[in-house]
Ligand binder design. Sequence first.
Ligand code: G3P
Length: 218
Amino acid sequence: MKFFIDTANLAEIQEAHNLGILDGVTTNPSLMAKEGIKGQENINAHYQAICHIVDDNVSAEVIATDFEGMVKEGEALAALSPKIVVKVPVTQEGIKAIRYFSDKGIRTNCTLIFSAGQALLAAKAGATYVSPFIGRLDDVSQDGTELIAQIVAIFSNYQFSTQVLAASVRHTMHLIQCAEIGAHVATCPLKVITGLLNHPLTNNGLQKFLADYAKSQA
Ligand code: G3P
């Protein structure tokens, strides 16, 4: 299972990278805005700074909503670094753009997926990744992890090479459930990744070991 971090914050990306478990980064226009990055030149420079930290898989999202605009923006983003994965929304124009990028060997992450049908079309168009947003489905009383299971089963039925990237992962149970289901990738904030380490018996056990060691040195 690949772990991506869902942020544009360079310090958090560096911290996750330092853990030695990071496989990539996902960003979106909201996450870039949260970091105060303004203007396309600064946005591009920020993508390059992210690419400088991580080994591969930096999702950079197009803003255009028409095919020609998506192609122009996506090609410019892909030219920034071979680590860039062009993120495209799952619309009719987006599906055409994904087919175009796929034929050109440019990797894509099809975003804003909320149904199995959307994921199926993106896979047919040759998407590298599809991103179902599980937290946002939970927000509207629909089980997001059920959608992950459905898409994993469909892709497995037909041996699609498209990978299921569970996005909008909000807590550690989401992450564990995605791993049980067989999602190829999960993207989440750093606190969800480090949250996997939390267990009171680990903390208490370590304190006891350290206290006993200290006694043996007295
Ligand atoms: O990867 C998609 C993610 O950024 C959305 O997360 O928490 O805003 O639903 P959230």
